[in-house]
Design a protein around this ligand. Structure first.
Ligand code: MLT
Length: 413
């Protein structure tokens, strides 16, 4: 007999996006004519080609791999120096933040990092997750055995839900109780909300006072337009002692299919043993990568480096502006139709209250059947998401204009 990891059996449902894909497939079989018209604004997957600077860098790297003198084998476990230096300079030093290359760890994306980080964080942490939440934080904790069983309402023992509602501007209130680990994501997935500097400072102060660690998911950083908003959690004094930051090249560089991201683990950041010994996470995280991975391919790392060149940055700006333009159009159209909408200004997601008292999945069905548009039901991100849908602005302008037209037609019918 081979025993399995039984924690997987605690998972209450299918992962959200494959479940949406399953429902769309079923509908396509039922109504093959409508299937050809479907526009996908569900999962936040990019539609625009890779920036020219990236393509050029990839071609060059492929050529290097073709010659014995320039060929590369295993990459350093935490990433090539050239990429880590480019990130430290472009994402931190330029913004006045003191993060160096040694504190940067390259990976094949944030989703991988969400699971991997639990290798070095122990069981028994009281973990705060926002509701609604990117489901990967929750499911990866369940899989790692860091939660209790599922409760009636679909939440899990050991996880403390931090409600994010229209009333609190989608930023959770500081809890009364003591948490050990907190997941925050800003610009927020799924609500599109942004956190202010004061609000983030309150969370950093809370973490320092409670000896807690914040996992700050900054995957949508490139979409920050508000000049007063915090660029990084390290904008806040003391954050290097209480926070790791997760980054992705998926949404700024269009790398959803290329796969590359990174984490920041400052040297000052410490966890604790059960006997209260203080242990720097940096050493554990380094060891984790050295043992369990061989980083990301050379070609991909050169591609990511190209995002930091002068042309690369301009091209990224254009991509991000394109998606933000879509988001603005979507949000304005929702508002014109009398819908209550949030997000879309510092984020590629628009979070919309369902009309007519509809639940999220009912609205999902209405959009799919009447407009042939796929959105994400808010409840899929947690119970506080019930009564909302998330519309992704990752699409061509042509498709977004089609979506607007179809929503208007649906509204009139
Ligand atoms: C989303 O749609 O929430 C994201 O694209 C999912 C992801 O990045 O894994």
């Amino acid at each position: 007999m081979t025993y399995i990891n039984e924690h997987y059996l605690k998972l209450t449902g299918a992962y959200l996006f494959p479940e949406i894909a399953r429902r769309v497939r079923e509908f396509s079989i039922e109504d093959p004519q409508a299937a050809g018209r479907i526009i996908r604004c569900g999962i936040g997957d990019v539609t625009e080609p890779l920036p020219a600077a990236v393509i050029e860098a990839m071609h060059k790297a492929v050529d290097e791999m073709a010659g014995r003198e320039t060929f590369r084998g295993y990459a350093p476990p935490t990433g090539y120096e050239f990429l880590r230096e480019a990130i430290a300079a472009g994402d931190f030093k330029e913004h006045g933040l003191d993060i160096d290359a040694e504190e940067i760890f390259i990976s094949d994306g944030s989703k991988t990092d969400c699971g991997a980080i639990l290798d070095i964080l122990g069981e028994g942490n009281i973990t705060g997750v926002t509701d609604p939440v990117y489901p990967v934080y929750v499911d990866s904790n369940v899989m790692a055995g860091h939660t209790g069983p599922a409760r009636e309402d679909g939440t899990y023992g050991g996880l403390v839900s931090l409600p994010c509602t229209a009333e609190n501007g989608f930023v959770p209130d500081i809890p009364e109780e003591k948490l050990d680990l907190i997941y925050l994501c800003y610009p927020n997935n799924p609500t599109g909300g942004m956190i202010s500097r004061d609000q983030l400072k309150a969370w950093v102060d809370y973490a320092l006072a409670n000896d807690a660690i914040i996992i700050y998911d900054a995957a949508y950083q490139a979409f920050i337009h508000d000049v007063d908003a915090p660029w990084s959690i390290y904008d806040i004094d003391g954050a290097k002692r209480c926070a790791m930051e997760f980054h992705s090249f998926s949404k700024n560089g269009g790398f959803t299919g290329v796969r590359c991201g990174y984490t920041v683990c400052p040297r000052e950041l410490e966890g604790s043993t059960k006997t209260n010994a203080r242990i720097p996470l940096h050493g554990l995280w380094t060891r984790r990568w050295a043992t369990k991975a061989n980083s990301v391919g050379y070609i991909v790392q050169r591609a990511a480096e190209a995002l930091y060149s002068d042309e690369g940055r301009l091209q990224v700006r254009r991509l991000v502006d394109h998606y933000l333009g879509n988001a603005r159009l979507l949000r304005e159209a929702c508002e014109t139709m009398g819908l209550t909408a949030f997000g879309g200004n510092n984020s590629p997601y628009v979070w919309v209250a369902c009309p007519d008292g509809l639940g999220s999945w009912e609205m999902f069905d209405r959009m799919l059947r009447r407009a042939n548009v796929v959105i994400t039901p808010g409840v899929g991100f947690g119970s506080c998401g019930e009564g909302y849908i998330r519309i992704s602005a990752f699409n061509t302008r042509e498709n977004v204009l089609q979506v607007l037209q179809r929503m208007k037609d649906m509204d009139r019918s």
